[in-house]
Design a protein around this ligand. Sequence first.
Ligand SMILES: NC(=O)c1ccc[n+]([C@@H]2O[C@H](COP(=O)([O-])OP(=O)(O)OC[C@H]3O[C@@H](n4cnc5c(N)ncnc54)[C@H](O)[C@@H]3O)[C@@H](O)[C@H]2O)c1
Length: 350
Amino acid sequence: MAVNVALVGLGYWGPNLARTLASVDGAALRMLCDVRSERLTRFSTQYSQAQTTTDYQEVLRASDINAVVLATPVHTHFELAKAALEAGKSVLVEKPLAQTSAQCQKLISLAERNNVTLMVGHVFLYNAAVRKVKEYIQRGELGQIYYIYSQRLNLGQVRQDVNALWNFSPHDLSILSYWLDAPPSRVMARGYSYLQPGIEDVVFMTLDFPSGIGANIHISWLDPQKVRRMTIVGSEKMLVYDDVNADARIMLYDKGFTKQPATKAVDPITVSLGRYETFAEFQLLTRAGDLLIPKVSFTEPLKLECEDFIQSIRTGQRPLADGYEGLQVVKTLEAAQASMSQHGLGVPIG
Ligand SMILES: NC(=O)c1ccc[n+]([C@@H]2O[C@H](COP(=O)([O-])OP(=O)(O)OC[C@H]3O[C@@H](n4cnc5c(N)ncnc54)[C@H](O)[C@@H]3O)[C@@H](O)[C@H]2O)c1
């Protein structure tokens, strides 16, 4: 039996989900809902098998609808998801899962009580390049991870309902925790509003992970370039994951420093001239070997995300991007927001 799905929200992102859901085995896109009737008119011919409605209550009342996918603005996520879970439907909520961690907890409890699936749209967990990077980390290819930095920049799309932190960084945060097998424990963030008062366009955030790894995230929708790049510096190798470079999404550099026992005493002038000798009992020698660009077999991440949702509903297993995953990211966003409002003070992540 197919899982009958209702898609709610046909703005910018919803049509991508409609196209994907219509192509996933075992799913049947049966309903489209948007408060703007013109959006329904725009897609009703393309998805003629789906009933359309401007009234969300109709989705909740439809007893043949097993699953609801929410692609609505962030401030609506909690109420719409809660109502769907209470109606006994499984729910996939676009990121971020909700506006507060208390709301996320409530959604998780409701889903568990009603024995239905709750999932969040952390689409990068389904990205083949992100998964390949995790493989490299897991098998120790990079050595000990020292630090990671991420840049997610663009000119637009400027939003009025959330700041750049809540809009973009769920992606970076979900990727980092996935790679490092643990959420960050502390955050320091500075945000700057230039285009709209009180809505940060640019955010610089530093995260501490329990393992001692440091990470930095630079988020902006006010930047001359479209950048989606994450750099990992390890003791053995260094890696750049560039999501907009389809020919070289991953670049693995055999670069680093090699420690060698010092053979002679060194004087301070040699050191101040920038030579490799140090006062310690070893020398740091730079090492620059090959650059590897591995082949990444790419399946559309959104397709894999939707397949995981449908499969989880059918099997009762937890999806990769489950409610707890959504909760963890929202906890970090809350702490980062608190840090920004205190001019970058370090805030522990609960
Ligand atoms: N995964 C990604 O890469 C990605 C990219 C963009 C947006 N998103 C997420 O998708 C969600 C929607 O973003 P968007 O850019 O499409 O927003 P949008 O404002 O363009 O579209 C939202 C749509 O929801 C409709 N809507 C609002 N309230 C509703 C309600 N109560 N019932 C029915 N319809 C309602 C609006 O009329 C609008 O058409 C957000 O959570 C955003 O974070 C994810």
